[in-house]
Design a protein around this ligand. Sequence first.
Ligand SMILES: Nc1nc2c(ncn2[C@@H]2O[C@H](COP(=O)(O)OP(=O)(O)O)[C@@H](O)[C@H]2O)c(=O)[nH]1
Ligand SMILES: [Mg+2]
Ligand SMILES: [Zn+2]
Length: 350
Amino acid sequence: MSSQTLSQLGWRPSYAQHLTLMDFEAGYPARVSAVHRSGLTVLSSRGAGSVVLPHRLVDAESAVAVGDWILIEHEADRVIRLIQRQSLIERVAAGEDHRRQSIAANVDTLFIVTSCNDDFNLSRLERYLALAYEAGVEPVIVLTKVDLSNKANDYVAEASGALGTVTVLAINATDATAVAPLAPWLEAGRTVAFIGSSGVGKSTLINRLLGVASQHTQDIREDDARGRHTTTAREMFPTASGAWVIDTPGMRELRIGAVESALDTVFDDIAALAAQCRFRDCHHDGDADCAVERALAEGALDHRRLANYRKLQREAAEAQRTLREKRERSRLFGAMTKEVMRAKRDRLGR
Ligand SMILES: Nc1nc2c(ncn2[C@@H]2O[C@H](COP(=O)(O)OP(=O)(O)O)[C@@H](O)[C@H]2O)c(=O)[nH]1
Ligand SMILES: [Mg+2]
Ligand SMILES: [Zn+2]
């Protein structure tokens, strides 16, 4: 690929706020376009290159993701450090330890893709919205397969009615002219990640946006054949309009992390109602003068929506608890290690 300007690569002046003059003397910014087991493919004003991924950046809590900006040493191809992200899409991995996985960084928009069929599920869309808000990314709901359903308008109405101010687009992903409504989010230098169940049309859409120049055929799967976790999203592709698109792995299960404040954004209607309950700690469960229960009774609030809010709140609280415990464990472990080192030094009489 020929070299591109930083702004074509998605650079924003705000990133520079996190860099000092000394940083610029030591290195140059480059965007991670692909993450491999052994290293990173990067794009910068010098063109494409590859660098080794330093061990300290493999660590799960701050793992380098596709879309990240890093500072690379001028003369050696060494990573100096990660440049502060503007957004990070992450999820909680399957398994007991609630490990967080970085999916994509510095994303402007999350296209939440679902179809006009049985895949359509408001509770799952709310889960994706929480993920987007937590990441600091604007969500857009993209409903595919409008050509295969005679109820497409109902799906659009249901999504727009239930999900507040979120933009809902309905398209036929197999039709070349049908991707036009996506254009406002695909201006040059912008970055879009796609998320949604397998089979909803993410690859079809992405291929259409890429045009003939590049090809994106290989699907990324959550697990490889041995059930190990392969690394999340791994590549960023340029569209014909100069935007960057990132596919995400097909997820059988999307667990959210500690996203309490994002939930109040997704469910801002319920949060507003709760503020009108007589008691600040109202459980909306037989409590006196409860605005939430009143809205339920009047049909202004859906039982499903409240139940999903509660479910996601429980999940977020559980993730928060696990995170706290993990931090406490590693703090104790650090203290213990220091103690052992001190004892050793003392024995050696230093
Ligand atoms: N008719 C129709 N087929 C679609 C549409 N979107 C996707 N498909 C088909 O659905 C199948 C799965 O699409 P794919 O892009 O692989 O889904 P992904 O798993 O989300 O990447 C493919 O056969 C597509 O051709 C659509 O809007 N209309
Ligand atoms: Mg796919
Ligand atoms: Zn209440």
